[in-house]
Design a protein around this ligand. Structure first.
Ligand SMILES: *Cc1c(COP(=O)(O)O)cnc(C)c1O
Length: 382
């Protein structure tokens, strides 16, 4: 036996989740968000499994280049945009679609086109407007500046300089009743309406919806929806609606994280377990040691009582998470006469145990748990 932590990636579940998104937003095109190594699932096999989608988006140019080189995917959307003229040139050559979210980026793009005597029709870009997230995106004034610029450019060159899409991002879409959602949508509509008194925007697409908005704000679906977390089978409402998981949204978990039981110990009442001796046995009991820890990406802040699954029974973790190990209470298996042995598989999340249950016990969100799985974990694709 050579125990190792394993992430089993269920590509059928991934495809199921994509078809669920199609059902939810039948009028929209889908851009699958596969930034951060497809939320920790492995960008290449995930992209290969999602070829039925309309497009892919990543956060950074390097991610897009990797995806393009390895899978020859075109028109990859770069959500964070690029940060030099040289990088715009790369985008053009590789037929990528950067997001432009500030005036500097717009200027760099213009310079790049001028210096390389390229036609404006050679670059496609999405323009991001700030409707209240106040992170990336152009203000109404900045948008106007860009539109005035178009008019001047158009009168000089008689071509269209318009973006392929206007996009914005919700700050509170996971809180279904938050008034901010409506305010942001109204501002988005107003901004576009305002600009359309200057230029004809009828051919420009719109996009606002992340996973939470796909599920709860149908009016925000527009031309493109941008699902991330729900593709991986996770509920975007894990903080706002903690009793729900992806299963309640008819999504299937894609990653199942598991490892092996490597030791079984009989402990006495009062024996304390692990670093800091933070948990002590309330009675004589049997405890198991599992080969997974924060060195694999299991959250160190998981509390006593965080559920794990062994031989189809849910049992609590006890004691602190170490780098390579956790300890679990096996009393329930003994009470129910379920046999257990060293070598048994223990599921930390995924099939039979929603990851949302673990993130809630760890003071974080499933997004982070998925992204922080380390190199030491062995990935299987099925
Ligand atoms: C990451 C991201 C998404 C996807 O968000 P989820 O909550 O994972 O669905 C959508 N749009 C933008 C701009 C993003 O950065």
């Amino acid at each position: 036996m050579r125990p190792e932590a394993k992430a089993s990636i269920n590509l059928n579940a991934l495809r199921h989740n994509l078809s669920r998104i199609k059902e939810l937003a039948p009028e929209s095109q889908i851009v699958c968000v596969i930034k951060a190594n497809a939320y920790g699932h492995g960008i290449i096999p995930v992209a290969e499994a999602l070829m039925a989608s309309d497009s892919f988006a990543v956060a950074r140019l390097d991610e897009a280049i990797d995806l393009h080189n390895r899978l020859k995917i075109e028109k990859i959307i770069i959500l964070g945009g690029v940060y030099s003229e040289e990088d715009y040139l790369k985008c053009i050559k590789l037929n990528m679609i950067p997001v432009i979210h500030c005036l500097e980026q717009f200027q760099w793009m213009q310079n790049c086109l001028k210096q390389n005597s390229l036609g404006w029709d050679e670059i496609h870009y999405w323009l991001k407007v700030d409707t209240g997230m106040h992170r990336l995106g152009l203000s109404t004034d900045e948008l106007e500046k860009i539109i005035l610029n178009y008019q001047q450019l158009e009168s000089e060159n008689a071509t269209s300089y318009l973006p392929s899409a206007f996009i914005s991002h919700f700050s509170c879409a996971d809180e279904v009743d938050n008034a901010e959602n409506k305010i942001q949508m109204e501002l988005f509509e107003q901004q576009i309406h305002h600009l359309s008194s200057w230029v004809d925007l009828s051919a420009v697409h719109k996009s606002m919806a992340n996973s939470a908005a796909i599920l709860s704000i149908p009016k925000a679906h527009y031309d493109w929806v941008r699902p991330g977390i729900m593709l991986y089978g996770v509920s975007p409402f894990e903080t706002a609606l903690p009793s729900r998981s992806g299963l309640d949204e008819q999504l299937q978990p894609v990653m199942t994280l598991s490892s092996e039981l490597i030791a079984i110990k009989k402990l006495k009442k009062g024996d304390c377990i692990g670093y800091g001796a933070t948990w002590c046995c309330p009675e004589n009991m049997t405890v198991g040691v599992v080969a997974i820890g924060y060195g694999d990406g299991y959250p160190r802040h998981a509390e006593h009582g965080t559920p794990v699954l062994i031989n189809n029974l849910e049992v609590p973790m006890v004691g602190r998470v170490s780098m390579d190990m956790i300890t679990i209470d096996l009393s329930l298996l003994e009470q129910q006469s379920v046999p257990f042995n060293v070598g048994d598989r223990v599921i930390l999340w995924g099939d039979g145990l929603p990851i949302e249950r673990v993130s809630q016990k760890s003071g974080t969100i499933a997004y982070e748990l998925l992204c922080q799985i380390t190199q030491r974990v062995h990935f299987d694709y099925e």
